[in-house]
Design a protein around this ligand. Structure first.
Ligand SMILES: [Zn+2]
Ligand SMILES: [Zn+2]
Length: 303
């Protein structure tokens, strides 16, 4: 009975685990605001000596409120000691010959909306914000509500500083920002969650099957018990080795009704409680299958 009590508890623990995983999966589903992230390809061109260097890379991401448009221009820094363009009076040292220009601004000091607006008011055609020092190449889609008319992308700190140092040295840098690929971070999160859920389900089922006690049903247990009783009863029946002169050897009187053979000296016979006897090798399997004497049908478990 103790085995029987294990089954429901294993059942309930498996169920509760699956339930918890289902809730986790549901919580990890994307909400309707789940936004795609658009990468920005920055085609950077600058001249060093007589050499024109051009590099194309997926260097940034578009801001959440940026138009997804191609924009190009010469890259211009905020004037003064501060590169964050938080001061509304910030000027940009725009070259005379440039028709279109992009502001390169450091993250921090004020909101993205604020600094993008400062550059937009000064006539920038696009804004490139580079991340905090120490963040390497990490980027994320900026939130900058209220600046929907100007392209704004974020690039990594290392790329930002590289451009900053070039421009500070007087190098004329132009950039073409192009719309790259769309990423759905919530989608990959969803797929990972789904795989985790499936793997956990399979693992739980495997564990459940492995730990499930093999409880035989009542009819199986009864059959086993009868078989054991029959074996025991057979073992208690008398055996005899026939020898010359035994009356059992009279072929007119006796032969084994299981194999229809006559008895010979040295044959081992089993004598049932009804006094009928048979070859041991013949009657033992018969009794295991039928429990009764082949001649008079007496039940060996009842006598
Ligand atoms: Zn026989
Ligand atoms: Zn009999």
């Amino acid at each position: 009975m103790s085995l029987l009590r294990i089954t429901p508890s294993v059942h309930s623990s498996v169920s509760s685990r699956l339930l918890r995983l289902s809730i986790f999966l549901l919580l990890s589903l994307p909400d309707t605001k789940g936004k795609a992230i658009w990468t920005a390809h920055l085609n950077i061109t600058f001249q060093v000596g007589n050499q024109i260097i051009s590099e194309l890379g997926e260097s940034g991401v578009f801001g959440n409120h940026s138009p997804l448009e191609r924009v190009s221009g010469v890259v211009v820094l905020p004037e003064g000691w501060n590169q964050n363009a938080c001061n509304p009076m910030t000027n940009f040292s725009r070259p005379e010959r440039a028709d279109s220009w992009l502001a390169l601004i450091e993250r921090g000091g004020c909101t993205f909306t604020h600094k993008i607006n400062v550059a937009a008011e000064k006539g920038a055609n696009g804004v490139i914000v580079y991340n905090y020092p120490g963040t390497g190449n990490r980027v994320f889609p900026m939130s900058h509500q209220g600046t929907e008319n100007i392209v704004a992308v974020m690039i990594g700190n290392l790329k930002g500083l590289e451009l900053l140092h070039l421009i500070q040295k007087g190098v004329y840098v132009t950039i073409i920002i192009e719309v790259g690929r769309m990423h759905m971070p919530w989608l990959s999160h969803y797929v990972i969650s789904l795989f985790t859920f499936l793997a956990a389900t399979v693992a739980c089922l495997f564990l459940y099957c492995a730990r499930r006690p093999r409880v035989p049903d009542s009819s199986t247990r009864r059959r086993r018990q009868i078989k054991a009783d029959v074996n025991k009863a057979i073992g208690q029946l008398r055996l005899q080795v026939l020898k010359e002169g035994d009356k059992e050897l009279d072929p007119d009187e006796n032969n084994c009704v299981v194999c229809f053979d006559i008895y010979k000296p040295q044959d081992v016979v089993r004598i049932l409680t009804c006094k009928h006897f048979f070859h041991k090798a013949c009657i033992d399997p018969w009794l295991l299958a039928h429990r009764t004497c082949p001649i008079c049908k007496c039940d060996i478990l009842k006598t």
